[in-house]
Structures are given as structure tokens and as C-alpha cells.
Ligand binder design. Sequence first.
Ligand code: ATP
Length: 290
Amino acid sequence: MNILKCENLTKSYGNVKALNEFSFTVPRGSITGLLGPNGAGKTTTLKIINGLITKYGGEVEIFGEKISPGNFSYRRKIGFVPEEFSLYEYMKGTEIIAFNGELTGKSGEKIIENLQSVFNLPLERKIATYSRGMRKLLSLYLALQTNPELLVLDEPTDGLDPIVRSKLFDFIFDYVARFKTTILFSSHILSEIERISDRVIFIKNGRRILEEDIDSLKENSALFVAKAKSGNAKIPGFVTYEEKDGFMEIRAIGNAKEVEEKLRDAGFEVVKKIPLTFEEIVVSYTEAYK
Ligand code: ATP
């Protein structure tokens, strides 16, 4: 069952189309990585889900209900770690945790204690004095304080040093195992997505390019080099198409079975089938979809 379903999300900022009919789902209990180049539309998507952007096209269904402007009750069940956390600068860490606890009716003492035993934030200091990494961690504290059903993380490890980053992963793995929380998170770090997610959604120029289980993506993707005397194989997202030594040469990425079939149907001879690592798959898809 899906905990989240986004259909045809469309959002423009002036002339910039940040999202262009972007559709995807997040199954309950999954860890879904949202991946895409700078400016692809990840933050815009996560803000829509969290009710921080209310003017957009398309529909969001969350916990089985369509969200509408003004109906924010669903947000109680979401924990959100935004890209930048810069609110309540004048408060101390302890104060904002108490404030969030009162606001949501959930003090989350135990989980805050657990987080503190791992990350040891200077909670007696004012937020104004926090570094970027400390702010990220503090917003994770606030997100987990309410024991959310869905945890939405926008570049959660941005600004964290490698040791804290690794601790954060361990913590999240542990947390998910205990509470069965669903996670949707964005990141630029491919190894991070590969390590933690079981599914990946790839967005570019506001459009969905790919939505698949990581294991099946790795198992089924390949890069093909194929040639024909002349011709045109209609493969979504070919990588390159060029005339070489009197032949048309195509390099195509995608589901190996489908691509191979389409190439053959179009009269192409497969010269090379190259298995790819996760990183190579992502790079090839990024190049293939302009
Ligand atoms: P990054 O990985 O760099 O954080 P992103 O995938 O999160 O990028 P968004 O921040 O959602 O991308 O931006 C999508 C597009 O919308 C970009 O072209 C961006 O410049 C534009 N955009 C986002 N916010 C605004 C805004 N407030 N005003 C104008 N344009 C915006």
C-alpha cells in the first residue's frame, strides 16, 4: 500500500518550470531515495508534500487522503528535515525541543535522549550559534520527536562530517527497524542512496525519468552499443546517436531486455552490452534524458 502518491505535480516559478507533471509513489515501509541534478525539482516536491508550497498543479494523496490547501492535519504524521533550517535563532536547542513538544503534544523524551547519546548537540546554546551540520541534526531531532509515520528528509547529510554521517545512517537504520517508519529522502550522494534506499526515483527538469527498486535497477540495466547501416531505434533516453564509418551507432541505457528488443526490431546489431554500477547507471540516465 502507498503511504504517498503524487500525480502530475506541476509548479512554475515565473518562467521556470520546476515540476512538470511529476508522478510517483512511496510504498508504506519503504526507504525511497529521490535523486536528481541541481535544480531538478526535489526540494520543490518535498515542500509541496509538507504543505510549504500550496499553489501547484496535480494531486498529492497522503495516508490515503488527498491534501488540500488549509488542511494540514496530516502534517502531524510527517517528520520533515528541510534543506535549510534557519528558524527560531533566538531559542536554545532545549527551548525549541520543548516548544515543539508542546505544539505537537509529544515530548519524545526517550528519542531525544537516544539522539543526544549519539550526536551530543550543544542543546544549551542558542540556535544562532549552530553550524550547518548542527542545524541539520537539530531538525532531525524535531522530526523524530513526534514519532512520525513518514519521515521526509531533504539532503539529510548535507553539512555533516563523515563520522556523523555514518552515525546518522546507523541511527536511521535502527530507528526504521524499530518503528517501521517510511522514509522519503533526497540526496546527491549516490553511495548514500545505494546504501540506504530500497527504491529510487530519478527526477530531471521536473520530470520523472525513473522509479524502480534499486536491486532490480542494478540487475536489469545495461548500456548497449549497437549499429546499423541506417535507421532509427526509438528508445526512450538514448545516450548518443551518431554516424560512424558508414554506420549509425547508438548507445542506449535502459532495461536491458526492452532496449535489446527495440534495437533488434529496428534492425540494429548489438555490438556491446555493458553491465553498469549504480553510479554509472545514474550518470548514463542523466546524460540520456536532456
Ligand atoms: P538542488 O539539488 O540544487 O537543491 P532541487 O532538485 O532541490 O535542486 P528545486 O530547489 O526544487 O531543485 O528547484 C527547481 C527549480 O525551481 C530550479 O530551477 C530553481 O532555480 C527553481 N526555483 C526553486 N525555488 C524557486 C523560487 N523560490 N523562485 C524562483 N525559482 C525557484
